[in-house]
Design a protein around this ligand. Structure first.
Ligand code: NDP
Length: 480
């Protein structure tokens, strides 16, 4: 028993993770249901470090030094459950099973309960960065017990991405906390992408710019506070020319956005917690609408009257409007992050997780899809306590939003006037305006609820719960 860590499941993700582990001096036991994958890994990459290939699960477990640490990277759902059960049957109390797949956090909570009842540790670990991240350094979000973290810390720190020298991994919290935070990361990724897409649409359809010109705009934006992986790759996607036709590739790609479900989970969890994540929600819905092919085709046939999306503006004003779009993107992005962190805060209260939000922001600076320079500012805001209630109240971000505000409003109002949908821009602005409003029309809603359902209401001028006898002549108010 020599290996200090093992990997179960050697498809794209697991093989990359195993190689990353071996390249960083770990002794890595490897097992896959069908041995051919294991043989392939050893044949192609066996010289990259110390691998201990096992043909059976028994041999795999035997090759691990105690406490045994096995990372599962197989198909999410039932296959993951099957591998967890098989490992648990062979392992001993104190051993650690890590699920590094994309599990839904309630599954992780359930699995942790079952495995810890058997005296073993179960760690649900979010891993971001795709196959390349798994090989070269992912951002890692482990949950589970403090005790398991003691064993996992040096192993995970050896393979995680580094941001300004710090490994992009931290113990997030108990049971499902890691997978929850990974889920919200993906939700934020959806909103980031949607905001970028809306910016592109405003320039492409609105201002009639070419994809290459817009690519240059994004490349320039990447030198500002928007500096991030997603802005960088956007510039590259937009500059790509199709080899066959010589046309901009983006113009040839079918405009139906796919999704695998983590964005939807983020919104579902937010609905359960009654936390508005409008930026993420609109991003998920926008992908949904894009993929409703029949509905969209019929809408084309209907030929609705209305503006075409071309923004009527003198050419000399276009540069200023592009700058407005950048400001609107930045402000909306801040709102989406504030909402995402708010969701983590509320979930932590509900599920009893002790989550350090500054640390979460820090480990998102490298390895993952939403890596961005401004996560430094976010971690500082949480570290100083300025963002305790909301990121929007930290002076740096409050100032940024106030500075961007006029541009943001111009962009949303022009988009509405000229017929370009900007659901994420406008819902983020609506959230901000709702937040800053002294009074909300919720007062009227309370009145309606009391009218049809006797749900009662509170008054601003006296304590207590009240009900109005709406159906009577006098419409008397009574204390409920
Ligand atoms: P897949 O999701 O394609 O799963 C293939 C692996 O699962 C193979 O090792 C396969 O074994 C194994 N497997 C499937 N069914 C069973 C079963 N019933 N019993 C045992 N093993 C089984 O592999 P990926 O590498 O793409 O992804 C692995 C995990 O990582 C998934 O949970 C996925 O959601 C997640 N993921 C994460 C990404 C990220 O960016 N974080 C990106 C992609 C995936 P066999 O070879 O014998 O068929």
């Amino acid at each position: 028993a020599e290996a200090n860590v093992g990997v179960v499941g050697l498809a794209a993700m697991g093989a990359s993770l195993a190689r990353n582990l071996a390249r960083h001096g770990n002794k890595v036991a490897v097992y896959n249901r069908s041995y051919a994958r294991t043989e392939k890994l050893i044949a192609e990459h066996g010289d990259e470090g110390a691998f201990f290939p096992a043909e059976t699960m028994e041999a795999f477990v035997d090759s691990l030094a105690k406490p045994r640490t096995a990372i599962i990277m197989v198909k999410a759902g039932e296959p993951t459950d099957a591998m967890i059960d098989a490992l648990a049957d062979l392992m001993e109390p104190g051993d650690i099973i890590v699920d590094a797949g994309n599990a839904h956090f309630p599954d992780t909570i359930r699995r942790e309960k079952a495995i810890s009842a058997r005296g073993l540790h179960f760690v649900g670990c979010g891993v971001s960065g795709g196959e390349e991240g798994a090989l070269l350094g992912p951002s890692m979000m482990p949950g589970g017990t403090e005790e398991s973290w003691t064993t996992l810390k040096p192993i995970f720190e050896s393979i995680a991405a580094k941001a300004e020298g710090e490994p992009c991994v931290t113990h997030i919290g108990a049971d499902g906390a890691g997978h929850f935070v990974k889920m919200v990361h993906n939700g934020i990724e959806y909103s980031d992408m949607q905001l970028i897409a809306e910016s592109y649409d405003l320039m492409r359809r609105g201002l009639g710019m070419t994809p290459a010109e817009i690519g240059d705009v994004f490349a320039a934006w990447n030198e500002t506070e928007l500096d991030s992986y997603l802005i960088e790759i956007t510039a590259e996607v937009l500059r790509q020319v199709d080899k066959k036709t010589g046309k901009p590739l983006v113009d040839l790609i079918v405009d139906h956005a796919g999704m695998k479900g983590t964005g939807t989970w983020t919104v579902q969890a937010a609905l359960d917690l009654a936390v508005p994540v409008t930026g993420i929600g609109e991003a998920v819905f926008a992908r949904g609408l894009s993929s409703q092919g029949d509905l969209r085709e019929e809408a084309q046939r209907q030929g609705f009257d209305g503006p075409t999306g071309a923004i009527d503006m003198p050419a000399e004003d276009c540069a200023a409007f592009v700058e407005d779009i950048r400001e609107a993107l930045y402000a909306s992005k801040i709102v989406a992050y504030a909402q995402g962190f708010n969701e983590i805060t509320e979930a932590a209260k509900k599920y009893g997780w002790d989550i350090d939000l500054a640390a979460v922001a820090r480990i998102w600076r490298g390895g993952c899809i939403i890596r961005a320079k401004f996560l430094n500012r976010i971690s500082e805001a949480f570290e100083s306590g300025e963002a305790n209630v909301s990121l929007l109240f930290a002076p740096y971000f409050k100032d940024a939003i106030e500075t961007a505000q006029r541009s943001w409003r111009r962009v949303v109002s022009r988009a509405v006037a000229f017929g370009i949908p900007v659901p994420a821009f406008s819902s983020s602005l609506a959230y901000f305006d709702g937040l800053r409003s002294d009074r909300l029309p919720a007062a009227l809603i309370q009145g309606q609820r009391d009218y049809f359902g006797a749900h009662t209401y509170q008054r601003v001028d006296m304590p207590g719960a009240f009900h109005t006898l709406w159906a009577t002549e006098e419409r008397e108010e009574i204390e409920a």
